[in-house]
Design a protein around this ligand. Structure first.
Ligand SMILES: [Zn+2]
Length: 189
């Protein structure tokens, strides 16, 4: 990938970047900036209110075992079923994880603000709001309550789960037989 292509937050190709801007589901107050730890991140350019839509996983669908699965998207996709993932055409694929998130999952593919967010705050969700499975990664989110390891929803402490009520992916709500309020309402995709 060329240096120039690297500067496009949405993909390797400039026409695809332009397309993403035209059809974007992204909040115009959220912008991609350089990040000292993770290379890139999404930040609030101005104040964002609790409940505002931030971004959307509105891209390609992938299924486990797909022989054509492009592994380069592995770090960007969102899990929405036991064996299915979806990419984003916009800034959602650049959002970093935090153990102290300020945005969360609404239904399955939408990300919304959990609280009011001040200008220049980084927008982060907890990947365990949508991901499950046996994987684990060291966490470098730097939040005061960092769990040290990123892992799936099953590994979340009960108190953390409860604090995410309304912001958990619909498929995890069904899998763990939680009340429908945990996903913020019926699926609207
Ligand atoms: Zn952390």
């Amino acid at each position: 990938m060329s240096e120039q292509a690297n500067r496009c937050p949405f993909g390797s190709f400039r026409f695809y970047c332009l397309y993403s801007w035209l059809v974007s589901m992204d909040n115009p107050k959220a912008e991609v900036r350089e990040h000292s730890t993770f290379g890139r991140g999404v930040f609030a350019a101005e104040s964002i209110l609790a409940g505002e839509a931030i971004a959307m996983f509105d891209g390609e669908f992938y299924e486990e075992g797909d022989p054509d699965y492009p592994w380069e998207v592995d770090d960007y996709v969102l899990q929405f079923a036991e064996d299915r993932w979806r990419d984003s055409k916009g800034i959602a694929r650049v959002l970093n994880h935090s153990c102290q998130p300020n945005i969360g999952i609404r239904n399955a593919f939408r990300l919304i603000a959990m609280r009011d967010i001040a200008p220049d705050e980084e927008l982060c969700y907890d990947y365990a709001m949508a991901e499950d499975g046996q994987w684990q990664l060291d966490c470098q989110c730097g939040s005061p309550n960092c769990r040290g390891r990123m892992a799936g929803f099953a590994a979340l402490p009960e108190s953390v789960r409860e604090s995410y009520q309304g912001f958990i992916s619909h498929w995890l709500v069904e899998k763990y037989q939680l009340d429908s309020t945990w996903s913020g309402g019926p699926v609207d995709i």
